[in-house]
Ligand binder design. Structure first.
Ligand code: ASP
Length: 438
């Protein structure tokens, strides 16, 4: 008698991928079938679909997103404190921290230069017809003005540095903007614990280890909702955006997406091979689930706990390294955002007919590195800062309106290399430690 074959279990990352595909196909399909031409009156059927998307589908996606955000603060705090405290010496902390920052800076620079090279080569702004530019701009002007207003609230770099030190740690933990301050506090507390007799901090350590473990369990439960959450988030974005907007800013869209794809599928796997000895195929396969989570949430912060998990379970990175690199990386290391910033600023300068000199290019690359540190790891977190950079190089910030229509998709795409770079960094550091280098 023939034995029944054991049924192959569908993995979670495959289910999430299915959710993503369903969301994209149904959303784009409905948009193509029902959405009005740009600037035309919307049809009743499309309005009904939009209402369903806004009132019923988006809340389900938001629920998933909020469940992810919910565990970010405790995970950041516990993992950083425990990671630093377990290093055992301040010298080790200095070495680990130094290498981590070197990675953030080096890969950020690489990504920014790639962005500059691509946008100069393709020249998307020179290819855009003036009337089309005007039409798109009018449609998204109010949204752009809101971002410009937000950027006006931004402080000088020095003031931002002072603000990094929280006057109230509990208050800092209550907003995404305060995450850097919380990181600083957790790092200092961990460093202080290094110098104290272990029995004095044992209770605190055990408590934080327990909180950390329990949060990871909540994360597990949340991730079971991911196929549905991802489908809802993507459906909502796709039904609202559709393809026509992408066609209008086509060359910009193609340039930005090609840059991000190059970064994600060539540069970062190349670095993983070079620095961490992980083959390209194996690397991409093992971070598939992580990438889908980053893509659908558009948020480094929301993805961060999953990044720690992936580093530990798929790449064998010790917890003290993953727990140290990922919270820092989610807020300070955004390769995709650095590349995107260069493309946006130079594209809009081309549209406005402003020619930038070598000094301006230098400023743009430098700003890209700063924005990668300063931007919050939330959807659209870098946009207010980009408005600031535009003003700095003399490009009217309102021109941001031109790219806002497609920014949700570009945002999803730039978040993926943002967190993948953190992952490669942790694998590199773990390898260094294994050969006694770190
Ligand atoms: N959404 C990006 C992230 O969370 C930030 C941005 O570039 O807007 O990594």
């Amino acid at each position: 008698m023939e034995q029944a074959k054991p049924r192959r279990r569908v993995t979670l990352s495959t289910k999430i991928l299915i959710g993503l595909t369903v969301g994209v196909v149904v959303g784009i399909g409905l948009n193509l079938a029902l959405a009005p031409e740009l600037g035309a009156e919307p049809r009743e059927a499309y309005q009904a679909i939009e209402r369903v998307a806004d009132e019923y589908v988006k809340p389900v996606g938001d629920l998933f997103l909020r469940l992810l955000f919910m565990v970010v603060v405790p995970i950041v705090f516990c993992s950083l404190f425990l990671g630093v405290a377990s290093l055992g010496s301040v010298q080790k902390l200095g070495r680990l921290g130094g290498r981590t920052l070197l990675w953030f800076f080096g890969t950020g620079l690489l990504a920014a230069v790639l962005g500059v090279a691509l946008v100069s080569f393709v020249g998307p702004g020179e290819r855009m017809a003036a009337d089309v530019a005007e039409q798109v701009k009018q449609q998204y002007l109010p949204a752009a003005q809101a971002k410009v207003a937000q950027s006006a609230e931004a402080k000088s770099w020095l003031a931002a540095l002072v603000d990094l030190v929280p006057t109230n740690v509990v208050g800092a933990a209550s907003s995404n903007k305060g995450l850097l301050s919380l990181i600083l506090f957790a790092l200092l507390l961990g460093a202080a614990a290094i110098g104290v007799a272990p029995e004095r901090t044992r209770v605190l350590r055990e408590l934080l280890e327990a909180v950390y473990e329990l949060c990871l369990r909540i994360l597990d439960w949340t991730m079971r909702l991911a196929p549905l959450g991802v489908a809802c988030l993507i459906f909502h974005a796709a039904v609202k955006l559709g393809l026509p907007v992408m066609q209008l800013v086509g060359w910009y869209f193609v340039t930005a997406m090609s840059g991000l794809i190059l970064l994600q599928f060539v540069v970062l796997p190349g670095l993983a091979l070079l620095f961490a000895g992980v083959g390209v195929g194996a690397f991409l396969r093992r971070c598939r689930g992580l990438c889908v989570t980053a893509f659908s949430t558009s948020s480094s912060n929301a993805t961060m706990p999953t990044t720690i998990r992936t580093a530990e379970e798929e790449f064998g990175v010790p917890n003290r390294i993953a727990g140290f690199v990922m919270p820092l990386g989610a807020t300070m290391n955004m390769n995709g955002t650095a590349l995107f910033l260069c493309i946006v600023v130079l594209f809009l300068a081309q549209v406005a007919g402003i020619s930038l000199d070598a000094g301006d290019y230098f400023v743009v690359v430098g700003m890209a590195l700063l924005v990668a540190i300063g931007a919050a790891g939330v959807p659209g977190g870098s946009l207010p800062l980009i408005a600031l950079v535009l003003a700095q190089v003399g490009v009217p910030p309102e021109l941001l309106a031109l790219i806002l229509g497609v920014d949700r998709i570009v945002d999803m795409a730039r978040t993926v290399p943002n967190i993948t770079s953190d992952l490669v960094c942790s694998v590199w550091l773990a390898r260094g430690e294994a050969v006694g280098d770190t």
